[in-house]
Design a protein. Sequence first.
Length: 299
Amino acid sequence: MKKLLIALTAISLCGFFSVAVAHEPPGETLFAVQFPDGNVPMIDGDDSDWAAVTLDVYGIFSKDLFSIHGFAGDNVDRGGLDASSMQIRHLIGWNDSANNLYITSRVFDNLHTVNRQDPGKFFWDDAVEYEVSPTNQAVDTQNSGEEATGFSYKFAFPPREDTFEWYRPNANLPWMTSGSQWIEIAYSFTGEEYGESTYIYETRIVPIDRMPKSNDATEGQVEIHDLTEGGIIHMTLTVGDVDESAGDADHRVGMWSTNPIQCCWAGQDVLLTPNDPGIDWGGATAVKNSTWGQIKAQF
């Protein structure tokens, strides 16, 4: 592991990131922490099993996010999210043995809204949206033709009429639901369920390279991506903010995303990092070498 970390560091310093396909914003890379086999997070809405992760290396915060689609006004700079209205923290992880991606999002909101009359209009309520394209394709080539290569995972809690999950571009696949081998989502909250609160979301995703872009697609037609240490995939993380609960209408006041242009497409480079010797997972043998915080500082 020590030799591999040294080798990957050397590759990085020689321009490893140049292999990445065009993405937004240019020149920026997000880091997915590698979970050791004995520390893979349980998907239960409790993010305490992420507590060892170094936030200044792997954390994605409100200051890193962009206002998109004009909901917060046309002149909101990056990081311009009003902390009294909403505060966001994302973390991305992965595990080699399980070949899973993991995401946890912690969202403080001064008013948590779930009031849509049409259960399918999740975007009219407070929601989280995750986009994944493991093939690392540019946005304008994802889902072209008859193949799906960019996948959207969208959630709004608490459930409305038992509805809380939506997937694209293939909607309503009977085998892709939370709790299946492909996806798990769980949440918890502190504060008022429909008021000022902090919601925690935890998600596990099996990365899919491609499958038919059809609602008749079967599990046997799925080509699974093999997550590899040092690999780069595309992802986008977006949170919607709704501060009005009267009537059945679009009351969004903000959409806050890692993508500076739009939601709903995987557009940011995410590096699948080696085991980080700077993280004390508890009981593990320390490795004397550069942490990913030191490596990250060199870019």
